[in-house]
Design a protein around this ligand. Structure first.
Ligand code: XIL
Length: 370
């Protein structure tokens, strides 16, 4: 059968077919650990990122700004056509889902889950335990340590239960370490002690035993003090039987720093513990205005991160932190920097997009070799 003859492919169907034909690693028709039914077969452009990634058993994801998704048809079209997984950029965070104590608002996140289902996409849940974007009632309240532990338990149980069966990977704990490898001083560490991480994974697992549970952090892409500390932690968690399934490296790079050291080897050492790995929040910022060398460095960073993931069998998804420069979190946080995404301010694909497309084509065999 000549697959290349069909201009449009059904993502799930093609994945299954290619998995059968080529034994593609981790082909994701029935994704590992996913409770929900396999995603519906939808027509996707053959040369889209998701179309190409489906041939090599990889999910290509994006963070989604649900406000833009609701109002911009072009944004919606790109999200559906190009990506096979979505992450809510903000709307599953505690601040959004429980703005008033005891009153949940799942509406925006529910809409994204429905969008994903309609478009044959999986959902990365983000994020259950973090020190940022917490509701004011929690951070300004006067809860005792024991009460904070109960509140965290309830938050995890309620949120994971609400989305049970709809989440592929949960970022259970986010950014718990400092760059020097010490544990970050957060309200959770202060109230509960270092055991809050194991507690969080156990509570999440109780609420949805089939979701893949991830530890997620930045500056752990390469080998270094921080990734060493995370490695030691997850090794210990595995040894103690704590239900952790994966480690997510966020992948927020900046062209003014070099590429992370030994990224492939770093991902592989986590995989060798029996864990899955993922790139979860990829973007590559630079100082504005962008010069040609900086743009080339951005292309290289995007490509090399994808290459490192593709070279590690247990790397199951590569997610960009949004795709359009107009909606990036970067300019608001890193003064004078931006242009971090793969589409420009008018939602036109940039060279970074074509760099990813090329790497995926190469990984699956160039089209004329099909
Ligand atoms: C960011 C969002 O992109 C912004 O819109 C929001 O104002 C702050 O959070 N690491 C994470 C993400 O895990 O949740 C952060 O997202 C970016 C850094």
């Amino acid at each position: 059968m000549k697959l290349r003859r069909s201009a449009i492919v059904a993502a799930a169907g093609l994945t299954a077919l290619l998995a059968a034909q080529t034994g593609a690693a981790g082909a994701a028709a029935s994704p590992p650990g996913h409770a929900a039914k396999p995603p519906v077969a939808v027509a996707v452009p053959r040369d889209s990122l998701r179309g190409l990634a489906s041939k090599v058993g990889l999910r290509i994801g994006t963070a989604v700004n649900t406000d833009v998704l609701a109002t911009d048809a072009q944004y919606r079209q790109i999200t559906a056509d190009q990506f096979s997984s979505v992450t809510p950029e903000n709307v599953m965070k505690w601040q959004v889902v429980e703005p008033t104590q005891g009153t949940y608002d799942w509406s925006a996140a529910d809409q994204l889950v429905s969008f994903a289902k309609a478009n044959g996409q999986l959902v990365r849940g983000h994020t259950l335990v973090w020190q940022n974007q917490l509701p004011g009632w929690l951070t300004t309240g006067s809860s005792t340590p024991a009460q904070l532990r109960d509140l965290l338990h309830k938050h995890i149980t309620d949120e994971v239960s609400h989305f049970k069966g709809h989440i592929w990977q949960w970022d259970v704990v986010n950014e718990a370490f400092n760059d020097d490898g010490t544990m970050r001083d957060t309200l959770w560490l202060r109230a509960i002690g270092p055991g809050y991480i194991a507690d969080a994974f156990r509570w999440a697992h109780e609420a949805d035993p089939k979701a893949l549970l991830f530890y997620n952090d930045y500056n752990i892409e390469g080998i270094g003090a921080k990734s060493d500390a995370v490695f030691a932690l997850v090794k210990q968690l595995r040894a103690e039987g704590v239900p952790i399934d994966g480690v997510g490296a966020q992948g927020h790079l900046d062209t003014k720093y070099g590429f992370p050291d030994q990224m492939q080897q770093n991902l592989q050492r986590f995989a060798d513990l029996g864990l899955k790995v993922a790139l979860t929040e990829v973007d590559v910022r630079t100082t504005l205005p962008v010069t040609t060398p900086e743009a080339l460095a951005q292309n290289a960073d995007y490509s090399q991160m994808l290459g490192a993931c593709l070279l590690v069998r247990q790397c199951i998804s590569y997610t960009v932190w949004g795709f359009g420069d107009a909606y990036s979190w970067v300019p608001g946080v890193f003064a004078g920097e931006g242009s971090a995404n793969i589409y420009d301010e008018s939602l036109q694909p940039k060279t970074q997009y074509f760099a990813l497309q090329q790497v995926l084509s190469l990984a699956g065999g160039a089209p004329h070799r099909g």
